[in-house]
Design a protein around this ligand. Sequence first.
Ligand SMILES: *[C@@H]1O[C@H](CO)[C@@H](O)[C@H](O)[C@H]1NC(C)=O
Length: 324
Amino acid sequence: MSESQKQPPFLGIFFVATAGQNGSLLGSDEEEIVLLVLSILNTSSNQVVCTSPFVVQPRTADINENLLSEECKIDFKLSDDQVRTAIPLETAIEQLDEIVRQNAGDEEFTLVVDGQLPLRQCLHPEACAKEISLPAYYNSFFDLKKEFAKRYEVRLEEINEMLEHLGLNPSDEPSDSILSRVNQMTLIASKMLTDGYQFETKEIINMKLEPGICSKFEEVDSNCVVRARGLPWQSSDQDIAKFFRGLNIAKGGVALCLSLQGRRNGEALVRFESQEHRDMALKRHKHHIATRYIEVYKATGEDFINVAGGKLFLFPLKIARGLN
Ligand SMILES: *[C@@H]1O[C@H](CO)[C@@H](O)[C@H](O)[C@H]1NC(C)=O
């Protein structure tokens, strides 16, 4: 789902890194966030208003003292001081919100993110698991890769490729490599504004599972359905939607499977809004609800209909059809 509107006066170029995988696997290993960087761009003056990095302390750090992996310290050239002064995610979210309010005031402010994963696969699921509430501006965003593809008619997966395509120089100063990703993204967004582009089509993150009824005769796209197994037996459809927080589930898109005795068996079929969301759901295979891990597999539209489709009237309808 996306929504077209006028370009907001402020864009928040936003970068997220976890202690684990990056790139196309970002978030798939359920590792915690260790770095958030926000740069605010005034779209009428096309100028950067401020850039703020937050080094985030993972909760697991309390247990094993190993704050951030060596690898990630090297990747972002974090100093020991930056690591020592790392703050919990909830504090970083609060401080970031202060900065947004100081700089954008009550004006509209929309995040610009490199692809779907930082918000959908990292921040939302982690905040949901830790019961951290996020300000409303995290519920929609511009996907820089999609916006870039719309403007320049070429889909590029890497920031460096985008810079190169625009003839920009990724000035990689070693002193602030913690900011380099966000600076590069800002350079791209700013060039797009200069080229007359308007950021208008927001991606929406559904925060609520909408009720809906699925008819036995509906066509359900098999590319949009997964089977989740190993759910706590008392899970409601809302609990299952929470496990997939960040992804958009179709209306009435959670169907709990029942055993022959009519009891829940810890399985559910989940129908997403699009294949893009289904594919991200599959990347949550073996992610956790509390201490239990959940298996996520591909399933078919027929599987979904078999569990979710209303069975009432099926028989009389068949007869009626046979008479035609
Ligand atoms: C944003 O840019 C406009 C146009 O240059 C200017 O009037 C406005 O004061 C700027 N806002 C901030 C917060 O910099």
